[in-house]
Design a protein around this ligand. Structure first.
Ligand code: NDP
Length: 477
């Protein structure tokens, strides 16, 4: 017997992905640099389905039916290149290497090009949902050739999460690095979602005066409405958890320094390169880095702030409703920015990514899964060339209804000295987009003054320069 698919790299993700394939009826060849992990998998979970354990790369490749489908689930970066170099010489034209790690899309583009020259399909694939997702059904974002997707698609559909309407959470995102790019932005949006939720929590605690347990209840209520999502659900779980050792709310015994693995940072770096304003995502990345500057924070403890005036009980309840509006409006902006980045990447690299399909495959399995994504898909279904999610009538109407509360929440935050960079960046983006005139005109004037960088006029075609150092007359540049 031969295996329809092979997985090499059997840490949490690879092991669970291999089990997922096996549980869905596929025979799976399994391999790991350190063979003990492979043996442990076969021993512990062999009863779940058809596994072929391979100790060497040669055995592993020999176990696969042709064309071979070989999934790499190793540490992203150099280990991925090392594994490719180990296996590629053993493969034949038409075979497929699927990289399910969190690779940078530029690496994926390079690897795809190199392997294409040898006739091998390299399928950079974003996989979201953590270890649970890998086992029970992740959201899967494959790139690579159309030909490879024809072979892999049905298998990926089988092991993927299913949205509430039963649709598999996988789509061919586009050629070469498209899948890893989409996964990168997914993670950037995840950072923004988490930051916004964090700010809502802080406001409910410091402005409204609620306890973590009370805030958990508020989040549970929100989760029955338009904010219904995995992240809101687990937020309530974390907030209601009590530390066994101290009896304190768990959230109060955790060091408040957020860590990151890099995909959020990449989202912002690439957005800067593409010239896409993803200010909400950027603030989320910066907020994590600020939290980690322990010495800087320590040195700033004595800085002056406003005198906090806690709200009364009734005011607090009304304020909580406002925070829900602010959170929802800011969330719309985060997704607007993230989808803009995907559209810009798609344009830059010629990927032709279907934004509605992306929204659709994020509805299940992944960390940002949410009822909300149905509405984004509907927005792109209604109009594939939507310039921005904010141009969608439904979203525009919802923000119109939320904006007064959104502004009130930011006023309260400012007055009480609660940092809300995510909410504030989102509102500034919204206000800047709807402004008829921006101070960018002044910026252009300054640039022309100090550097003769020229400007365009509102009333005439052409490029102009003012002779600032001379008689200040205008010349055509
Ligand atoms: P790790 O990222 O911790 O990687 C460990 C695996 O990589 C082990 O199988 C290890 O083999 C192998 N490995 C490391 N270096 C080499 C090398 N030079 N040659 C061969 N094999 C090597 O495992 P995870 O399961 O957490 O993640 C796997 C991939 O999935 C990563 O790219 C990660 O970013 C991505 N991912 C992870 C998610 C998560 O929630 N953890 C979610 C989505 C994606 P050995 O046992 O011999 O050390």
């Amino acid at each position: 017997t031969s295996a329809q698919i092979g997985v090499t790299g059997l840490a949490v993700m690879g092991r669970n992905l291999a089990r997922n394939f096996a549980r869905n009826g596929y025979t799976v060849a399994v391999h790991n640099r350190t063979a003990s992990r492979m043996k442990a998998l076969v021993e512990e979970f062999g009863h779940e389905g058809g596994f072929i354990g391979a100790e060497t790369a040669e055995e592993f490749v020999a176990a696969l039916e042709r064309p071979r489908r070989l999934v790499i689930m190793v540490k992203a970066g150099e280990p991925t290149d090392a594994v490719i170099q180990e296996f590629a010489p053993l493969l034949e034209p038409g075979d497929m290497i699927i990289d399910g790690g969190n690779a940078h899309f530029a690496d994926t583009r390079r690897r795809e090009r190199e392997l294409r020259e040898r006739g091998i399909h390299f399928v950079g694939t974003g996989i979201s949902g953590g270890e649970e997702g890998a086992l029970h059904g992740p959201s899967i974002m494959p790139g690579g050739s159309v030909e490879s997707y024809a072979s892999l698609g049905p298998m990926l559909e089988k092991i993927s999460a299913k949205a509430k309407d039963g649709a598999p959470c996988v789509t061919h995102c586009g050629p070469d690095g498209a899948g890893h790019f989409v996964k990168m932005v997914h993670n950037g949006i995840e950072y923004a979602d988490m930051q916004l939720i964090g700010e809502a929590y802080q406001l409910l605690r410091d402005v409204a005066g609620y306890s973590p347990a009370e805030i958990a209840e508020i989040f549970r209520t929100w989760n029955t409405g338009r904010l219904d999502s995995y992240l809101i659900e687990i937020t309530a779980e974390v907030l209601s958890h009590v530390d066994a050792a101290t009896g304190k709310p768990f959230v109060d015994v955790v060091v408040d320094q957020a860590e990151q693995k890099g995909t959020g940072r990449w989202t912002v770096q690439i957005a800067l390169d593409l010239g896409v304003p993803v200010s909400g995502i950027a603030e989320a990345v910066f907020a994590r880095s600020l939290s980690g500057h322990a010495k800087l924070r320590e040195a700033s403890q004595g800085l002056a702030g406003p005198t906090a005036v806690p709200l009364g009980k009734e005011e607090a309840a009304a304020f909580a409703d406002r925070v829900e509006q602010a959170l929802y409006a800011s969330k719309i902006v985060s997704y607007t920015q993230g989808f803009h980045e995907i559209a810009a990447g798609s344009e830059e690299y010629g990927w032709d990514i279907d934004l509605g399909a992306v929204a659709s495959i994020w509805r299940g399995g992944c960390i940002i899964r949410a009822a909300f994504l149905d509405r984004i898909r509907a927005a792109y279904d209604a109009r594939a060339d939507l310039p921005s999610l904010l141009s969608d009538e439904t979203f525009a109407r919802e923000i119109a209804a939320a904006q007064d509360d959104w502004r009130e929440v930011l006023i309260a935050a400012t007055r009480q000295g609660v940092p809300t960079p995510g909410f504030a960046a989102a509102l500034a983006y919204y206000d800047a987009l709807r402004a008829t005139r921006l101070p960018a005109a002044l910026t252009q004037g300054q640039r022309d003054f100090f550097g003769a960088h020229t400007y365009r006029r509102v009333d005439r075609e052409g490029t102009f320069h003012t002779l600032w150092g001379g008689d200040r007359s205008e010349v055509s540049a």
